[in-house]
Write a protein that binds this ligand. Structure first.
Ligand code: TXA
Ligand code: MG
Length: 331
């Protein structure tokens, strides 16, 4: 297993490594990358992650020309406006797939999710090897990786080439959205918010299921992002959450407790409680959330976290916390 810094990358040897899976940096989270045209490598992504076959992969492109080679039909004007505003960046859009995108990449669906990542090293690689499918580089169910150490925690020794691009600047996975019946629908919230999208796409809806209850994003139906420790999410007004947390700590004598803290909830914790400060703003919480879960998981049996308002980036933060939580304490 070779770990190479993005700055020292030799493009010729990188292209050779794409006969197999390569760990790639993106601005959101690290990805397990494979050329969409190498079925053996795509198959290995599913094996390495222990990922259900019905959960499709996001395909990463470096230009709209490359996008056109993997989709069926033209890019609509409204879609082009969204692309012009948010690509490269943390927004994946659904398109009808061309027949050169295998069923394995699509998880058997007729659509393919595509984004252009905002990472110059990865964009150069894509230009060289073509479209790259990349799910987050974590074992399915675990918190996503935002540093090389997180990737090694899950896959040490199992992958030929790991490209180190430093800590991810966004820290949460991309927003997944699709044009449905003439309007843009957010299927997985992310750092590109509903408000951001509405500035160019008119009214935007957030919807996770079809009318008959099927998950629109197959990955969203699984339990996710979970540390081994028991994650307890406190929802509601800040003072109330603080009181409930204190009570929880008092009642849990003997358990090693950690708090994933943020400015909405400053806290004078007892000295035997481990505190990971995720920062002040919602952007900080996005960037540090998965680090907090993974770091506290090393030493704690229980991790306590207070919710945030589910507006703007808060919607994505709460989506991840609710999926990761073993227990929710609400008012
Ligand atoms: O930021 C990201 O999107 C990262 C980086 C590596 O680019 N990738 C990522 O991939 O988060 P993954 O596989 O962890 O999550 C992809 C999500 C899953 O929930 C999957 O079900 C959904 O996108 N998805 C992919 N293709 C889809 C499709 N055709 N229709 C509906 N949902 C799709
Ligand atoms: Mg993932």
């Amino acid at each position: 297993m070779k770990i190479v810094s993005a700055a020292d990358l030799d493009m010729d040897s990188v292209a050779e490594h794409f006969e197999d899976v390569v760990v790639v940096p993106t601005e959101t989270v690290y990805g397990l990358g494979a050329s969409i045209y190498k079925p053996h490598a795509i198959c290995r992504i599913f094996e390495l992650k222990n990922r259900p076959a019905d959960n499709p992969l996001i395909v990463h492109v470096s230009s709209v020309e490359m996008l056109r080679t993997i989709i069926d039909g033209p890019v609509s004007e409204e879609c082009q406006r969204v692309i012009d505003r948010f690509w490269p960046g943390p927004l994946s859009l659904l398109f009808r797939a061309n027949s050169n995108v295998s069923a394995m990449v699509r998880g058997g669906l007729g659509t393919v999710a595509v984004r252009m990542p905002r990472n110059s090293c990865l964009l150069q690689i894509i230009e060289r090897v073509g479209p790259i499918a990349a799910p987050s580089a974590n074992v399915s169910g675990r918190p996503s990786p935002t540093t090389i150490q997180h990737v090694l925690d899950d896959f040490d020794g199992k992958i030929g080439l790991v490209i180190d691009g430093g800590p991810c600047s966004v820290g949460l996975e991309s927003t997944v959205a699709s044009f449905m019946d003439g309007r843009l629908v957010v299927l997985r919230p992310g750092r590109v918010t509903v408000k951001d999208l509405e500035e160019v796409a008119g009214p935007v809806e957030v919807r996770s299921k079809t009318e008959d209850g099927k998950a629109l994003c197959p990955g969203q139906k699984y339990r996710h992002y979970s540390p081994n420790a028991r994650l307890v999410l406190f929802k509601g007004e800040a003072q109330m959450s603080r009181d409930r947390m204190c009570e929880y700590i008092r009642r849990s004598s003997g358990a090693r407790i950690g708090i994933a803290a943020h400015s909405d909830l400053s806290f004078d914790a007892p000295t035997d409680v481990c505190v990971f400060d995720m920062g002040q703003t919602k952007g900080d919480i996005c960037r540090n959330l998965f680090s907090a879960l993974r770091e506290l998981d090393r030493t704690c049996d229980v991790i306590l976290v207070a919710g945030v308002d589910a507006d703007n980036e808060g919607l994505a933060i709460m989506d991840r916390l609710e999926k990761a939580a073993s227990e929710v304490v609400a008012e």
